[in-house]
Design a protein around this ligand. Structure first.
Ligand code: FHN
Length: 463
């Protein structure tokens, strides 16, 4: 018998498995972050996807919430530093011991109205909360799995229900994050490299069958999320890991059958989904496909009690402007405490972002990427309304000589004004672009907006 045949078959199987486990063409691990230059391969007509995404594209700015048992003591466990919301994995806490955290999880200071009010006041238009993170603990009433916040905590309330209702009351869209390919409670969840599996309770990766977990937990819980809480605007999947293309497609079909308007991100796996995820980073340039940058306010997704390194409000505003100027959405994360409070510095910085948005939100909401490749002094977003185009110039570095040069801009300029006050500004057309005379002091030192209204096409480039 040919002795090499089994090796060949084994190798082929391993290769097939690796493809099935999602690797990029260059062999690098694909976290489902399709914003790696790869095209999304949605089977739907682009116009149908664009229609579903319309409110999302106009919203531009949302709140991400990472909340779970790991928040009980700020990602610490019995005095040990669990580092992040991956605390259970970092400290290899046995499931039976980790589950006991729920016995004391009693966030009596939680107020859905307050959390939604903080998001709304910041100018955010949608909210996405972790319904189940990698620890497998459902932060919602899940009849298919008793390992959930209503069944296993003294608090006995359903924050997903309360937040969905509060969002509807206050006019925000509501969505749920769901850890798809990592679940440290279920014995059948292998990961691409094993490294992100629960190998301390369930050591033998080769015995794990993702399809059993997919049928037993994923599909029932996705169905619960889409039938228990009214409209779910976004299902934000994470870490697709070993899901097959067929299973990704099956999940999308289930979601669309239950809620056709529900947006699905690309971490549903296998280059499917409605938009790409750029985690903790802002792409150098925009992208043809819809995309969203998700980012922490400090260095952690979940509440980390010893992390006080909060991003300054200037950074948050300029990130939002930068992302919008490239046509993306900004999903900014908060990590509430075990008591149910969003940390004070998060609230303060979001309040300050809201102050900026109340004056300049028109230059973010409903805009698309600006036409300039690069502007030394800031960014540009664009809004087209029939024959009229408004270019919003976001000036980070206010010119000291009172002259703002817009390279290459020509076309029928109807008006140029400060968005904050409506004050009209004078301009001069040079052969290389437009020169705007600006007041000595910027209306806002973080980012001041100038609205340039152009009738007809915006023309770029020297005469
Ligand atoms: O491992 C998770 C992490 O905890 C967090 O939820 C982020 C959010 O995008 N997603 C995974 C890392 O890519």
């Amino acid at each position: 018998m040919n002795r090499t045949l089994p090796w060949l078959l084994g190798g082929a199987f391993a290769f097939a498995l690796s493809l099935n486990a999602q690797t990029n063409p260059d062999g690098s691990a694909d976290t489902g972050d399709a914003h790696d230059g790869q095209k999304l391969v949605s089977s739907e007509p682009p116009a149908q996807v664009a229609k579903r995404l319309q409110w999302w594209s106009e919203a531009r700015f949302g709140m991400f919430i990472h909340w779970g048992l790991y928040a009980q003591d700020g990602c610490f466990y019995k005095g040990q530093d669990g580092k992040t919301e991956h605390m259970m994995r970092h400290l290899q806490i046995p499931l039976k011991d980790y589950a006991k955290i729920a016995d004391d999880f009693n966030p009596v200071k939680f107020s859905a109205d307050e959390w939604v009010g903080i998001a709304k006041n910041a100018g955010m238009k949608y909210m996405i909360i972790t319904s189940k993170h990698h620890d497998g603990f459902a932060m919602f009433n899940s009849p298919s799995s008793d390992y959930n916040i209503v069944k296993r905590t003294p608090w006995k309330r359903d924050p997903v229900k309360e937040l969905a209702e509060a969002c509807r009351k206050q006019g925000l869209k509501f969505g749920a994050y769901y850890s798809l390919g990592r679940d440290w409670e279920d014995p059948d969840v292998p990961t691409r490299d094993g490294y992100r599996s629960n190998t301390w309770d369930f050591p033998d990766e080769s015995k794990k069958d993702f399809s059993k977990y997919f049928e037993r937990k994923v599909k029932p819980q996705v169905r619960e999320l889409l039938t228990q809480y009214g409209p779910i605007a976004v299902l934000w999947f994470d870490t697709p890991e070993r899901i097959s293309k067929k299973q990704s497609e099956e999940l999308i079909a289930l979601i669309h059958q239950l809620q056709p308007d529900c947006i699905i991100n690309a971490r549903v796996g296998n280059r499917l989904g409605d938009y790409a995820v750029s985690e903790q980073k802002i792409p150098e340039s925009g992208d043809v496909k819809p995309w969203e940058t998700c980012m922490t306010l400090n260095g952690h997704w979940g509440y980390k009690k010893d992390d006080e390194k909060w991003k300054p409000t200037e950074t948050l505003v300029r990130n939002l402007v930068d992302i919008a100027s490239k046509g993306g959405n900004f999903l900014l994360n908060v990590g509430p405490t075990g008591e149910g409070l969003i940390p004070g510095p998060s609230v303060q910085h979001l309040r300050e972002v809201g102050e900026w948005m109340r004056v300049n939100g028109e230059a973010i909401y409903g805009t698309t990427a600006g036409p300039f490749a690069k502007l030394d002094w800031g960014r540009c977003t664009k809004k087209v309304n029939g024959k009229e185009t408004t270019l919003y110039l976001h000036v980070f570095d206010w010119p000291k000589d009172g002259k703002l040069f817009v390279p290459g801009l020509r076309g029928q300029i109807e008006s140029v004004s400060l968005l904050a006050t409506g004050k009209r500004l004078s301009t001069a057309v040079s052969e290389n672009g437009l020169v705007i005379t600006v007041p000595e002091t910027a209306p806002n030192k973080i980012s001041a907006t100038i609205a340039v209204k152009v009738s007809g096409p915006v023309i770029l480039g020297a005469k």
